[in-house]
Write a protein that binds this ligand. Structure first.
Ligand code: GDP
Ligand code: ZN
Length: 452
């Protein structure tokens, strides 16, 4: 994809500000900037210039900075005009640039060009967007590490090691008529197993990085009055939800964003589940079921004094099978039973008291486990930002390598094994963008801000 047009965008946030930035990138960037500013300063040095529109009228005076290809963010000629940050003024500048031959950039197009020109790989380009979107200090550090190429470096190492294994297996294809059985060599099995262990490590880190970026959404559900809202307030550490003795008080969804040991969580309190003729309450209950189906986990709350009631059993059975359910037996202070984690044939139950806070630490621990969150690994040394797309590709790579390994153990034909390893390799390449489709690129870069 050769880019022969020059793109322009206002790169600072919309609205008024002290400074506003107009960015140009492409083969005509210098020519267009010259039309606006008269002359350009030497590359990489700032120069004060008057900015003019097509009629020659001065719009503003400001600094100009230009970078010559390939030594720029995009890898193309790139010019930045620093004007005063007025929306109308910046719009006039953008129009002047377009009149001089530029085209308004699509969201993310500067980064897309950086990717196309090999300045960033795809995982790094995504990290640029993640850095801009980062909602916590941890997320900033993690995105910065990805942008630095930490994730890409580990992927490249894995890909190179896999390539060596592939060369070995494909060698077996080429020399299949010889007496030596290449594929039976214990060293090959060992290498493959070791590689699989390294991949598992990267998967764990990636899953942690994905959590840091996307968090996890959990629904709190159960019958009325069992303490759902009290539990949410206890987890949030603030009075977010209305707690009331009157059943049916939480009629709509209540969303709270929490951070537990650095892990972002969205917890949704839902309307109590019961039969009712009240139309508003019924709508709340319908939404509650909707949320339970979309959540990544459900905290099903019941009153410990009555936790094995037929109604609770009935409701628990209606919960979507594929979603992990943590059964909270609340009000342990009233039942008098010890707070603890109970492993039952139906899954994990947790007895606690939302009112007193007894057992809440056990719940936090269970939530960390559910999310696959390792607080020790969330320190700055090992974490990088990652996306579901990355995790899915790593999982697919793992599955192909597992199939290849099984093939080795069961003397599958070398062709089959080689093909599985090739597919695994391809999955790794999709993360950094060595293998990519236009659809994938489009969906990634269209979510960027304009001017980035
Ligand atoms: P929800 O309808 O499930 O959201 O229940 P609420 O959180 O509104 O609580 C209903 C009632 O139970 C309120 O009076 C709470 O104070 C009380 N409650 C909630 N959790 C506990 C608990 O752990 N122990 C005791 N003793 N009371 C609780
Ligand atoms: Zn409630």
């Amino acid at each position: 994809m050769a880019t022969n047009d020059t793109i322009a965008a206002i790169a600072t946030a919309p609205g008024r500000g002290a400074i506003g930035l107009l960015r140009l990138s492409g083969p005509q960037a210098q020519t267009i900037a010259t039309a606006l500013c008269g002359t350009l300063p030497a590359p990489r040095t700032a120069g004060l210039r008057a900015f003019r529109d097509v009629t020659g009228a001065i719009l503003d005076r400001g600094l100009v900075l230009h970078f010559v290809a390939p030594h720029s963010y995009t890898g193309e000629d790139l010019v930045e005009l620093q004007a005063h940050g007025g929306p109308v003024l910046l719009d006039c500048l953008l129009q002047a640039a377009c009149a001089a031959g530029a085209r308004v950039a699509r969201p993310g197009e500067f980064s897309e060009r950086a990717f196309v020109n090999g300045k960033l790989d795809l995982a790094q380009a995504e990290a640029v967007a993640d850095l801009i979107d980062a909602a916590s200090r941890e997320a900033v550090t993690a995105a910065q590490r990805s942008l630095d190429g930490e994730f890409s470096r580990q992927l490249t190492q894995l890909a190179e090691a896999l390539l060596e294994i592939r060369v070995w297996v494909e060698g077996a294809l080429d020399f299949s008529d010889e007496d030596v059985d290449w594929l039976a060599d214990a060293r090959l099995h060992q290498r493959l197993q070791q590689w699989r262990g390294e991949l598992a490590l990267l998967q764990a880190q990636t899953s942690q990085g994905r959590r840091l970026r996307d968090g996890m959404t959990i629904a709190i559900a159960g019958q009325p009055n069992v303490g759902k809202s009290t539990l949410l307030n206890r987890l949030a550490g603030v009075e977010a939800a209305i707690v009331s003795d009157r059943p049916g008080t939480t009629r709509d969804l209540l969303r709270e964003h929490l951070i537990i040991d650095g892990m972002p969580l969205t917890v949704i309190d839902t309307a109590g589940l019961r039969d009712t003729d009240d139309a508003i309450e019924r709508e709340g209950i319908r939404r509650a079921w909707d949320v339970m189906h979309k959540a990544e986990a459900v905290l099903y709350v019941s009153d410990d004094r009555d936790a094995d009631s037929a109604e609770d059993q009935r409701l628990l059975q209606q919960l979507p099978l594929q979603i992990p359910v943590l059964h909270i037996r609340n009000k342990s202070d009233l039942s008098g039973a010890p707070t603890q984690v109970l492993r039952t044939p139906r899954g994990i139950e947790l007895r606690l008291s939302a009112a007193t806070g007894d057992g809440i630490e056990l719940l936090r621990q269970q939530l960390r486990e559910l999310a696959g969150w390792n607080p020790a690994a969330s320190d700055k040394q090992t974490i990088f930002t990652a996306r579901t797309r990355h995790l899915v590709a790593l999982q697919a790579a793992a599955a192909h390598v597992d199939t290849a390994y099984q093939g080795l153990l069961h003397q599958a034909p070398a062709e089959t094994i080689a093909e599985e390893l090739r597919l695994a390799h391809q999955q790794l390449g999709e993360i950094t963008g060595q293998v990519s489709s236009d659809d994938l690129l489009g969906s990634i870069f269209s979510r960027f801000c304009i001017g980035k």
